[in-house]
Write a protein of this length. Sequence first.
Length: 438
Amino acid sequence: MEPAFLAPGRAWEAARTPRQRKRLGQWLTPWWLVEAVLDEVGGPPDSVLDPACGDGRWLVAAGRRWPGARLEGWDVDPSAVDAAREVCAAAGVAVRLRCRDALEGQEQGVAELVVGNPPYVRPQAMPAAQRARVWARYATATDKSDLYAPFIERMLALSGGRVAVVVADTWLSMASFAALRRCVLDAPLDLLAGLPRDSFGAEVGTVAVVFRPEARRRRGHLSSEGLALNGAVRAVDGLLPLEDPVELEGQGTLGERWALRMGVVCGSYAEWVHRGTPGAGDRRTCRGRDVHRWSIVDRGEWVRYDPRAMLDARPYVAPKWAGLFDVPAKVVLAGASGRVLRASVDTERRFPLDSCYVSQGEGDVWALCGLLNSAPVNAWYGARFPAVRVKAVELHRLPWPRGPLVELAEAARGGDQGDVDRAAARAYGLPTGLCADR
């Protein structure tokens, strides 16, 4: 239950349209999480800054915890500043609030402690001029990295030694965030903690990151029940896993034998997908939500497969080559992960949509399906790639087993998860039962 003084903030949030919130990356941090993160920042600071303060809850928590601290909040949205003013007044906390863009200006060391939940905004959703300006100034703004990357870089510069931040977990593994990972590892990193996936009311991955001079490089998971540590932060193949990853000995990689390619990207489901009587160019289809381990739910949907018309209709479409889909058997992999892979063999010549990946290569599709669903592979993948979306480039790095896969293919045909896990372990030369399914 959130304190009553946060009510003006929730009212402000409810009054914002989804489009407004998405444009500015406005997601209020649960109160328990604010308190839990502040528990990890050390002794009382003389000053606290939240450079993207939203409704001011981080500042209120800091003010109630450290009454003597000087508090300051910035936000680019005037309505957020107004909401923060109401929340702080209701909580009886004195705060200096300003409407400004934290990524502008040259100040450094503004406050001893800098806190908050910076905006999550993809570069393609930003105005072109803003994106060009930010990407030119900040070393962590590279390729397709999110706006929160330069925010973390800026928060480190604005702090007098301590930073506490909650952000999405995509930066831990995605190639676009390699510069941010280097920045974090070069800073005095004290804690990297995974958060419950439903912390923000949706199935998204988030982490808490704390920097302070002690820099103990602790790693673990933080929940409303407290902090559970599981080791020290260490980079693995340039990534930052939240757990010690399972190592698999292989002979080459999956990408050398198979290619996982995105399904049909049509640009508009409403325009190209239907459940009516199929026409001459319509093909049976499925979406990521339909793909489970060992089975695909048939919802009676069809995609009107017309590559030329799709390409002429709008940007951001990729109909793909029909021969990728129109084969007797192929593996279809759900594009949403949550650190758990879900694959099935399709024998209905479906043209899966863009929330799926489709296999292309030489070999037994059942062996590939079993491998993707197996506990050893999920343990290997889940520790390295915690983001909610599967990336083909990630799975292409999977070590390919040295041992034969006949037993694994037969187990996959039977759809027995236990048999698949044991067969995959043997193919990798692991003790059976070593990897718990995730």
